[in-house]
Design a protein around this ligand. Structure first.
Ligand SMILES: [Zn+2]
Ligand SMILES: [Zn+2]
Ligand SMILES: [Zn+2]
Length: 248
C-alpha cells in the first residue's frame, strides 16, 4: 500500500492519499484543499507517483474534511463517496451552519471571543463565508458536489486489489464512518477515534454517547492495526485500548 499524509487547511486536517502500489489506483480520504499551494502539494504527488485518482472518500460531512472535493472531481473526474446520512450536509453545508447559529447565536468567535458572527451564503458558487464582525476572522465553507456513491455500514470500496470496508461510527456526526483495510492492518478513523482521544460532540448533530459506543467497537480490531486519524499523529488499536481514557 502506498500512503502519503498531507496536513491541510486552517485546522490541520489529515488528508490521506492511498494507492495500490502495483496497479496505481488511488483514493483520497478527507481532502481540505483550499490554497494554490495545497493544491500543488497534492496534485504534484499524484503526478510524481503516476497515480490514477478515481475516488474521494469523506469520513464525515465537516467542512475541514470535504473542502477539496470539488477541485478533485473537476481535475481528475474522481467520484465522491460519503455515508448516506452525511451526504446532504456536505452538499449544502450552510444549512448545517444556519441551524448551528440558530441553536447557539451567542457562540463566541474562536479568534477574539466576541459574539458577532455572520454567515454569508453564495449558493451558486457552492460556498459560504463564516466570519466575525469584531475581529475580521473569516473562514470559507466549501460545499461538495453531489455524491457519486452513498455508503453505509458494511460496504466495500475496491482500490486496486485493496478492500476498504465501511464501519459506520456515528457520534461525531450521524454519518461518521471509518475505513478498515484488513489486509494492510490499517484503519482510517476520521474524527471518531483520535490519538488517545475521540472527536468533539458538542455540535448540533453530535452525540457523546454514540461516539463512545463507536470508538469502543473499534477496539475489537487486532491490536497491531494502525490507526490513521483525521487530526494528529497515527496510533494503533493496541495503544488506544491501553491508554485512551474514552475507550478503556
Ligand atoms: Zn470533524
Ligand atoms: Zn476534523
Ligand atoms: Zn472575532
Amino acid at each position: 500500500m502506498f500512503l502519503k499524509r498531507f496536513v491541510l487547511g486552517p485546522i490541520e486536517t489529515n488528508c490521506y492519499l492511498v494507492a495500490d502500489e502495483t496497479i496505481r489506483d488511488a483514493v483520497i480520504i478527507d481532502p481540505d484543499i483550499r490554497t494554490r499551494q495545497e493544491k500543488e502539494e497534492v496534485t504534484g504527488e499524484i503526478g510524481r507517483q503516476k497515480l490514477s485518482l478515481k475516488r474521494v472518500i469523506n469520513t464525515h460531512h465537516h467542512s475541514d474534511h470535504i473542502g477539496g472535493n470539488r477541485m478533485l472531481k473537476e481535475t481528475y473526474g474522481a467520484g465522491i463517496l460519503i455515508h448516506e446520512l452525511d451526504a446532504p450536509v456536505a452538499r449544502e453545508p450552510w444549512k448545517w451552519w444556519q441551524k448551528t447559529m440558530r441553536a447557539d447565536p451567542m457562540h463566541p468567535c474562536p479568534g477574539c471571543g466576541h459574539q458577532e458572527n455572520y454567515l454569508n451564503v453564495f449558493e451558486e458558487e457552492g460556498k459560504a463565508v463564516l466570519g466575525c464582525k469584531a475581529c475580521g476572522f473569516s473562514i470559507e465553507i466549501l460545499s461538495s458536489p453531489p455524491a457519486d456513491r452513498l455508503l453505509c455500514h458494511g460496504d466495500v470500496i475496491n482500490v486496486g486489489r485493496m478492500e476498504f470496508r465501511v464501519i459506520h461510527t456515528p457520534g461525531h456526526t450521524p454519518g461518521g464512518m471509518c475505513l478498515y483495510v484488513k489486509e494492510e492492518k490499517a484503519i482510517f478513523t476520521g474524527d471518531t477515534l483520535l490519538n488517545l482521544s475521540v472527536g468533539r460532540t458538542d455540535t448540533i448533530d453530535g452525540s457523546h454517547e454514540d461516539i463512545l459506543k463507536s470508538a469502543r467497537s473499534l477496539m475489537e480490531l487486532p491490536d497491531e492495526t494502525i490507526v490513521y486519524p483525521g487530526h494528529g499523529d497515527q496510533t494503533t488499536i493496541g495503544r488506544e485500548k491501553r491508554e485512551n481514557p474514552y475507550v478503556r
